[in-house]
Ligand binder design. Structure first.
Ligand code: PXP
Length: 249
């Protein structure tokens, strides 16, 4: 049963991707350089988004430091920073103060975040990062594959949430899709039992959303590519509203 409490975080990285494709040297502070991620964020909020998500990558291929600061100052909902476990980005997170940080694996060659974070394999390096974020009053989520070992390690690390990587499910066909769905359901139950809030994201679109909202214990979805793509055709507010209707239908 889809439930009405699922909130939507809109990932606006691709707005900056479009801007950077033309104005590579531009910062988010230059309103001549369009499109402006802050304006996109405000439109998403008007339409009912519960939060704005950005990934400040080490290579700054889309969102720039100045975008992150302007979003912090300009949005009225909550700011969720996706970041790799990098000391440089961590310092920026402390300075700017997003409500949430979602720790993700980051690989310079990838087009988008490819897999989940290996919490188990990187426990030792992740622990001080999680501790320092929590001490700064920032809530921590771990972007992980729907794998029980990863869920348990995220809980041991002291994270508040996991964001379950839905990519394998949305890309699978037939029997493989059923298996991936079972993995997501089991991971969601395990996360809940371990006291973790359950978020989900990656590859979610206007078709697969009907299935995704059936994930147990789901509290927040983070959706980027499909909403930004639709917004080019129908506008950001309409694109967000249409997704929210499907989430709450
Ligand atoms: N959640 C996380 C942790 C991500 O890295 C991404 C991609 O930036 C998303 C959600 C959004 O994925 P998509 O753009 O496929 O909706």
């Amino acid at each position: 049963m889809p439930h009405s409490k699922i909130s939507l975080g809109v990932n606006i990285d691709h707005v900056a991707t479009l801007r950077q494709s033309r104005y590579r040297a531009a910062t988010g502070g230059n309103l001549q350089a369009e499109p402006d991620p802050l304006l996109a964020a405000l439109a998403a909020e008007l339409a009912g988004a519960a939060g704005i998500t950005v990934h400040l990558r080490e290579d700054r291929r889309h969102i720039q430091d100045q975008d992150f600061v302007r979003l912090r100052e300009g949005i009225a909902t909550k700011l969720n920073l996706e970041m790799g476990n990098s000391p440089e980005i961590l310092q920026i997170a402390f300075k700017v103060g997003p409500e949430d940080v979602c720790l993700v694996p980051e690989n310079r060659q990838e087009i988008t975040t490819e897999g989940g974070l290996d919490c188990a394999g990187q426990y030792v390096s992740l622990l001080p990062t999680v501790n320092s974020l929590r001490s700064a009053g920032i809530r921590v989520s771990m972007f992980i594959a729907p794998d029980l070992k990863q869920v348990e390690t995220a809980a041991r690390l002291g994270a508040e949430f996991v964001e379950l990587h839905t990519g394998a499910f949305v890309n699978a066909l037939g029997l493989a899709a059923d298996e991936e769905w079972d993995r997501l359901v089991q991971a969601a139950h395990a996360a809940h039992e371990n006291g973790l809030g359950v978020n989900a994201g990656h590859g979610i679109n206007y078709s697969n959303i009907r299935k995704i909202v059936q994930l147990p214990h789901l509290r927040e979805l983070n959706i980027g590519h499909s909403i930004i793509s639709r917004s080019i055709l129908v506008g950001m507010e309409k694109a967000v509203r249409e997704m929210l209707e499907l989430i709450h239908e």
